[in-house]
Design a binder for this molecule. Structure first.
Ligand code: AMP
Length: 317
């Protein structure tokens, strides 16, 4: 009882911490056919395992007088085990793959919760750059608004910098990247240099005609990324005129009371271009990963809870 409570608390701490000491993953393992078949443990399992191993080791030491974790507090033992995972276990590198409006951004935070690895959304990063009016943002703004693709050079550069950060040491979830073969090749090269590889590609399937309704009815709370839909998930405050038109002033975030916005590229015209880009350039990326046995196809044209169940199954070994 004591053990399981401690383990739960410790694993929660592990999942929440994400960042602490960095440990090089170079040469930690080689990503070959063998470890593609025996893919990485989902991080929640490894975090729980780390906690159990640490607590178990301390209890064992107490009874056996062993030395491995002798004199260490539970916290220090957990840190030691966690560092072992960072050095010797494969990183979970997950690609969420699917057209705009497929639900990648809505489901990703749940994967973050269970696995304790960060979501890297190139769309969010680019929107932040546009809002900050940085050099990258200035170059990306117009093409994003029109629903086109930002240059490979820019997005690859953004990802290259981001995945070096400490919170990515156990892995990361890519949302909206790679979108072209050039980006996929660049990603694989970066990973190969570290002895890592893509471990899961979760492909969200939704027919195009469903996407238009999803995208054009979407409203967002900018700061939190909370997403609403005029038909399927309206904010509590939403009002309509007698003609059935939405009163835009009533589109308010349920949690903060702040106004919601519509993304400038969430229009029917921009969506047409975004979908064409997806079918012409992005779908080819799947063909690169299919032979490696890492692509899992899920039906994203069902309720969010059922999509989430399918995602969890797709992440199991
Ligand atoms: P998203 O939020 O993923 O729908 O991305 C919004 C927009 O950001 C896209 O329509 C593109 O203009 C741009 N963008 C995001 N990720 C990429 C990428 N990997 N390559 C090129 N452009 C991207």
């Amino acid at each position: 009882m004591l053990l399981s409570t401690s383990a739960r608390l410790i694993s929660r701490r592990l999942i929440q911490s994400g960042t602490r000491r960095t440990a090089s993953t170079s040469n930690a393992f080689r990503c070959n056919e063998e470890n593609l078949r025996n893919k990485a443990l989902p991080y929640y399992a490894s975090a729980t395992a780390a906690a159990l191993v640490a607590v178990g080791a301390i209890q064992h030491n107490n009874s056996q007088n062993a030395t491995a974790t002798e004199g260490l507090s539970v916290q220090e033992a957990v840190n030691a085990v966690e560092d072992k995972f960072a050095v010797y276990w494969p990183r979970n590198i997950i690609i969420l793959f699917g057209p705009p409006g497929a639900g990648k951004g809505s489901q990703a935070p749940k994967i973050v919760d269970i696995m304790g690895i960060p979501q890297l959304s190139t769309g969010d990063m680019l929107r932040a750059a546009v809002a900050a009016q940085s050099e990258v943002g200035k170059q990306a703004a117009a093409v994003m608004k029109a629903g086109g693709l930002v240059s490979d050079e820019i997005v690859v550069g953004i990802i290259r910098d981001r995945i070096k950060e400490a919170d990515c040491r156990h892995g990361f979830i890519l949302d909206g990247f790679p979108r072209t073969i050039v980006q996929a090749k660049a990603l694989d090269k970066m990973l190969t240099e570290e002895g890592a590889c893509v471990t899961n590609v979760v492909e969200f399937n939704v027919p195009d005609k469903v996407l238009e309704e999803r995208i054009t009815g979407r409203w967002i709370h900018k700061k939190s990324g909370r997403s609403y839909h005029v038909k399927y998930a309206p904010p509590k405050s939403m009002k309509k005129s007698w003609k059935g038109e939405i009163d835009t002033a009533s589109m308010i975030d349920d949690v903060t009371g702040e106004p919601l916005i519509q993304r400038p590229d969430d229009t029917a015209a921009a969506l047409k271009k975004r979908l064409a880009g997806y079918h012409n350039d992005t779908e080819d990326v799947l063909d690169r990963y299919k032979p490696k046995g890492v692509v899992k196809n899920i039906n994203a044209n069902q309720g969010m809870e059922d999509v989430w169940k399918d995602i969890q199954v797709s992440l199991l070994r």
